[in-house]
Design a binder for this molecule. Sequence first.
Ligand code: NAD
Length: 266
Amino acid sequence: MKFAITSKGDSRSNTLMHKMRTYLLDFDLEYDEDQPDICISVGGDGTLLYAFHRYSSRLDKTAFIGVHTGHLGFYADWVPEEIEKLVIAVAKTPYQVIEYPLLEVIIRYQHGGRETRYLALNESTVKSVEGTLVMDVEIRGQHFERFRGDGLCVSTPSGSTAYNKALGGAILHPSLRAIQVAEMASINNRVFRTVGSPLILPDHHTCTLKPVNRPDFQVTVDHLTLLHKDVKSIQFRVADEKIRFARFRPFPFWKRVHDSFISDSD
Ligand code: NAD
């Protein structure tokens, strides 16, 4: 089996990365940074987001494991004290694979029929470059509303505990193939109106945003922020691809939610 390890880059994560690499090589596993069967991310959720984007073109071949060197992460759920156990499990045990849905983002431009496609593990957000974001929101090709406000956030189920949660969105179990659209400070008064609630769309529904005036937007995909000019539309849907996590022990999603947001002492 071939493995790769990505580190957050701080000294604690780097030390742990080197230790795990040595252990795994001792078990005769092969280190392959380009085509790993397993990618171990050491750091936090941000490190796993980085690893996901690095290997996003081979999601059917690379499974992920997250070790956290700070506080408990949603994706990084192994603690440094467990790495010996983890290394033995990786080397000796056939692992179970857990799949989570991803978000597909397709940005189409006004000229030349160009488009770019991204996959997000957490979410994609759209904001204006300057001033209020004004966009028409279509669901399944039908006009739904004209949104005015700070922006819109479209998240995956596993990303629903991240930015989406801070916006008042619901937490979705990752076994649901769905995406969630949450508003950022919409303008609602006698003139302007939005639905005001987060929307949860199933995997056969698309949400498309179309510019009303200015066609330039700041679009985030997880930790990446990109400026897109001359945009014709931004389309969101559940991606065909999935992220695969190698699981060696049960750590149910709701327990992770509890331990992260309520308390990890009981
Ligand atoms: P960062 O270092 O600012 O991390 C933000 C925090 O989000 C970290 O504590 C991380 O553990 C947590 N996080 C990431 N994914 C999570 C998930 N799926 N569930 C629960 N918590 C999660 O930024 P980064 O490391 O580059 O991560 C980018 C992410 O930051 C984005 O995908 C977005 O979800 C999040 N973010 C959140 C807010 C907010 O809550 N207001 C604002 C901007 C970005």
